[in-house]
Design a protein around this ligand. Structure first.
Ligand SMILES: [Zn+2]
Length: 221
């Protein structure tokens, strides 16, 4: 018998030796655990039960990422883009902001009517304000991919997160507008076939196709 603890909810799991090296779903929390290989056992990673998905192990390691087997480690963590996913709007705002700033300096220098202040001041405030809002928005969500699950972190001052275990992923969807495709940004949506069919969505992500490829390395396909 092999005894180990679920690495998420810590419940004790007991299995027959034949399950060494396989993946096993925790009945308590649904997390997928890799069943440890008992010491002295002749089962090794290179020589697993044919039913064991050793292919999975190889795919990630071969591609130069942390192996699927072993303790959970972070593979990649990405933030949303600030500029790239809204390049045109962003450039326009910077242009408006700069023009207004120059305008505000220009009014007293050339002794123009003070009414010009009423034009430039709100424009400057608005453009700086929107850019600052985008900056906060960028910091308020991130996507973390570990060897076992994908986690979406949300919140700037308060934090929350939701996650999908890779073995439970049913579908990964990428949405991009034409412009986002050109800029190689987009929205990634992950739906799960697990307990509650969670759907994770993060937009304004750089290279969403690459992120999907990384997640796919850790999914049984
Ligand atoms: Zn568990």
């Amino acid at each position: 018998m092999i005894k180990f603890n679920c690495d998420r909810c810590d419940m004790e799991i007991e299995l027959d030796d034949e399950f060494a090296g396989t993946k096993h779903e925790c009945l308590n929390c649904g997390d997928i655990n890799r069943v440890p290989i008992p010491e002295g056992s002749d089962a090794t990673l290179e020589d697993p039960d044919p039913a064991v998905d050793s292919k999975n192990v190889d795919r990630a390691a071969k591609a130069g990422f942390p192996p699927d087997f072993g303790p959970e480690t972070r593979v990649i963590k990405v933030r949303r883009c600030w500029f790239r996913s809204r390049a045109i709007r962003f450039s326009l705002l910077v242009l408006i902001g700069l023009t207004s700033l120059i305008g505000l300096i220009w009014v007293p220098v050339t002794d123009k009517s003070v009414w010009w202040y009423a034009l430039f001041a709100p424009l400057l405030l608005a453009s700086v304000g929107i850019l600052a809002w985008w900056w906060v928005d960028r910091l308020s969500a991130s996507l973390e991919i570990t060897t076992k699950r994908t986690i979406m972190h949300r919140g700037f001052f308060s934090k929350s997160s939701s996650e999908v275990v890779h073995d439970n992923i049913r579908n990964i969807q990428i949405d991009q507008t034409f412009l986002q495709r050109v800029m190689r940004v987009g929205r990634i949506g992950i739906s799960s076939s697990g307990q509650d069919g969670i759907e994770l969505q993060v937009n304004h992500l750089k290279n969403p196709d690459y992120l999907r490829e990384v997640i796919d390395l850790y999914r049984p396909l």
